[in-house]
Design a protein around this ligand. Structure first.
Ligand code: 1GP
Length: 238
């Protein structure tokens, strides 16, 4: 199954921008889940991402099944570690934290996950994940015990993204971190978009609709919104 990725490629070709809403199972208000799903359905979102740096909830499967009953968007796992794999989802971003030098997040978790994924029907999308410095320490940096790349170091970010592309990553995800003080610089998005063939995802610290638009204009193919929607369910209301 390569349907979800093929559609991302098609959207890139057609210059149709994509928007993912990120849900962290630990932060879901189950009592309001129906309302949350109706808000997702009313929003311009094209994908639902599920995951977080540290998810303790053991209700991933249940959450995905409930969303799937009422929402037809593709559900893509965005896991912090292999315990967040759910066979109920449609696809998984198979992440490698390229900005860090912690082997656990470069290859070890992937080795643990591979046999599980092989037995599942999940579409596996190899994704180079690059953490950019964004003000204060983020959960990704803390949990992965890695340093983000300095926001001024465009050359290193580009070389890292290109290395990911050459290694066969199908997507590059530029991440400022959930709830980041500063989003990824637009000039950095521009540079990546100009120099990569594969689609570019941008997320972290985007707090308003203008921020989404600016990231698209700079060249992001997909933007991810987590905290802003989590804090304000009416975020996408006109
Ligand atoms: C986090 O990129 C995502 O991994 C989304 O970040 O929660 O800041 O929107 P926010």
């Amino acid at each position: 199954m390569t349907d979800i990725y093929n559609k991302i490629i098609q959207s890139k070709k057609n210059r149709q921008k994509l928007l993912a809403i990120l849900l962290d199972p630990d932060k879901i208000n189950w009592k309001n889940l129906d309302h949350l799903i109706s808000k997702i359905n009313q929003s311009p979102a094209t994908h639902v991402f599920i995951g977080g740096s540290l998810v303790e909830s053991n209700r991933m499967d249940e959450l995905i099944l409930v969303i799937k009953q009422k929402c037809s968007l593709p559900i893509v796992l965005f896991p912090g570690n292999p315990s967040q794999i759910s066979k109920q989802a449609d696809a998984i971003l198979f992440l490698s934290l390229l900005s860090g030098r912690n082997p656990d997040y470069l290859i070890d978790h992937q080795v643990t996950a591979a046999p599980i994924l092989k037995k599942s029907k999940l579409e596996v999308i190899s994704t180079g994940y690059i953490l950019i410095e964004s003000g204060k320490e983020t959960a990704v940096a803390r949990v992965s015990k890695t340093n983000p790349i300095e926001r001024e170091n465009f050359d290193l970010v580009l070389a890292t993204a290109q290395a990911g592309e050459m290694l066969g990553n199908k997507l590059i995800y530029l991440e400022a971190g959930s709830g980041a003080q500063q989003a990824v610089p637009f000039e950095m998005i521009e540079l990546m978009a100009q120099n990569l063939e594969i689609p570019l995802i941008v997320g972290g610290g985007i707090v308003d609709l203008q921020g989404i638009q600016k990231a698209f204009t700079a060249g992001a193919d997909m933007v991810v919104i987590g905290t802003a929607f989590e804090k304000n369910i009416n975020f996408f209301n006109p």
